[in-house]
Ligand binder design. Structure first.
Ligand SMILES: N[C@@H](CCC(=O)N[C@@H](CS)C(=O)NCC(=O)O)C(=O)O
Length: 226
């Protein structure tokens, strides 16, 4: 019996978020890598947030619109974007492996860049901010990066967070790794030289995503603000 042919997925029409990278950048990059050049990149200033917040589904951002309906939750949107872009496997076990890495990267992000960003944007006292920066840069982040390096070493020669399948080569997990590390570098929590010296496999994957033509073009067209 021939398997029914799947209908093409409705494209992501709009991504709404602050005019920053944060939780939206992996979604935007995934769409760009998949060739979706027509989605509306809806960015708003932090000062507009109090007005926008009550209009969102869950009082949080990012959100995305697909087939005229709006959805929240960055990882749900990222997975869908990945399905439209060929960056998310159809095989259930491979999808489990991608989801595992998305969870790992969420935990790493929450304990590092997000925690630091929140204290920074609340104008925390300089000495406490420095203490937190030191803790993240010398303890919390190296711990996560060591674990990622061990994982990539165990994965072997393919060099991705999740082994490629017939359906995908890069996955949304690779893209989220890239955007998470970029954020840490730009907040000066992660010196690029340290990444290269101590975590070569992680650095190699970061560089390969950075050099993908669609990523290079996106970065050139959207100079980093935050
Ligand atoms: N689990 C949510 C978390 C979203 C989230 O925390 N968004 C932040 C910005 S990165 C936000 O909306 N902050 C403003 C607020 O909570 O009022 C997701 O992954 O989308």
């Amino acid at each position: 019996m021939t398997a029914p042919t799947a209908a093409p997925l409705p494209p992501v029409e709009r991504v709404s978020y602050f005019d920053a990278t944060g939780r939206a950048e992996a979604i935007r990059l995934t769409l760009a890598i998949g060739g979706n050049t027509t989605f509306e990149d809806d960015r708003f200033a932090g000062s507009a947030w109090p007005e926008r917040k009550p209009t969102t589904r869950w009082g949080m951002t990012p959100e995305a619109t697909v087939a005229g309906r709006t959805y929240g939750q960055s990882h749900a949107i990222l997975r869908y974007a990945g399905k439209t872009a060929g960056l998310y496997p159809s095989d259930a076990l491979a999808a489990l492996a991608v989801d595992e890495m998305l969870g790992v990267l969420e935990d790493m992000f929450v304990q590092t860049g997000r925690e630091y960003f929140i204290m920074m944007s609340h104008n925390g006292p300089a000495d406490e901010l420095e203490e937190l920066r030191t803790k993240i840069a010398t303890t919390v982040l190296p711990d996560w990066l060591s674990k990622l390096e061990v994982h990539l070493t165990a994965e072997g020669d393919h060099g991705h967070l999740v082994a490629p399948t017939a359906m995908h080569t890069y996955s949304v997990a690779d893209v989220l790794l890239y955007t998470t590390l970029s954020g840490l570098v730009s907040m000066q929590l992660l010196p690029p030289a340290q990444l290269a010296e101590k975590y070569p496999k992680t650095q190699a994957l970061y560089s390969r995503v950075h050099c993908l033509p669609a990523v290079a073009k996106w970065n050139a067209d959207h100079p980093r603000k935050a």
